[in-house]
Design a binder for this molecule. Structure first.
Ligand SMILES: *Cc1c(COP(=O)(O)O)cnc(C)c1O
Length: 223
């Protein structure tokens, strides 16, 4: 049996330089986050706004909180004061609402556009076309309290490594295109967030520079 600290350290030491680890602590208690924090981890991700807000209130203020779940706009106000990055932005309307809530706290919230490329049906995430349309058709550059810093995606949950690899490669291509067309290759658009416990090595091989790992660090989640 390995300890949480051992598992976390093993992952951190094998990640290539330039790949950032967000430890996904959803459903796990504050005590486990404290252990990871003591081992040097500072970036944590959660999927439920109120759960994240409750944990953030009890934990050190230098933690960088990433939100990776579906955003209910009526709960946005609970994370607007502290969230660092919302990784799951999938509409212009949501981006505007985040801007509005961030403005109330005089903050800038980093946002990743979430792409949907997996085979599973879900209503979350932008299709590649919808992603380009969002950036083409809306005055997102005028929003002063949000910063679009990259893309996030999940691959199909399958044992077919080729399928997963193809999906990550596809997102990488879209990321390059968005970076070139809309950001003139500015490094402010820098993040490609792909890869979880079961597929992060495939994601990194396809160019991911931010992995979101939960179970491999914290163990299985009890819902
Ligand atoms: C839960 C979750 C993860 C982490 O999943 P693991 O398989 O436990 O590593 C990563 N990203 C998102 C968006 C998630 O919801």
């Amino acid at each position: 049996m390995s300890t949480l600290t051992e598992r976390l350290t093993a992952i951190r030491t094998t990640l290539p330089k330039g790949v950032t680890l967000v430890a996904i602590s959803k459903y796990h208690p504050v005590e486990m986050i404290e252990e990871a924090y003591a081992a040097g981890q500072r970036k944590f991700g959660e999927n439920h706004i109120l759960e994240m807000a409750e944990k953030a209130a009890r934990l050190p203020k230098d933690i960088e909180w990433h939100f990776t779940g579906h955003v209910q706009t009526n709960k946005l106000k609970h994370m607007a004061p502290f969230v660092h990055t919302i990784q799951s932005v999938d509409s212009w309307r949501l981006l505007c609402e985040i801007d509005r809530q961030a403005a109330r706290h005089n903050r800038v919230i980093n946002c990743l556009l979430q792409l949907h490329v997996a085979l599973e049906e879900t209503k979350f995430g932008l299709t590649p076309d919808a992603c380009f349309a969002l950036l083409n058709e809306n005055p997102w550059r005028d929003l002063k309290h949000v910063r679009i810093t990259g893309l996030m995606a999940m691959a199909t949950n399958t044992d077919d490594a080729k399928q997963v690899q193809d999906e990550f490669a596809r997102v990488r291509t879209i990321w390059e295109e968005v970076k070139q067309r809309f950001f003139h290759n500015d490094d402010a658009f820098a993040i490609l967030s792909e890869g979880m416990t079961d597929d992060y090595n495939i994601a990194i091989a396809q160019g991911s520079n931010m992995v979101r790992i939960g179970s491999a660090i914290f163990g299985l989640r009890e819902y």
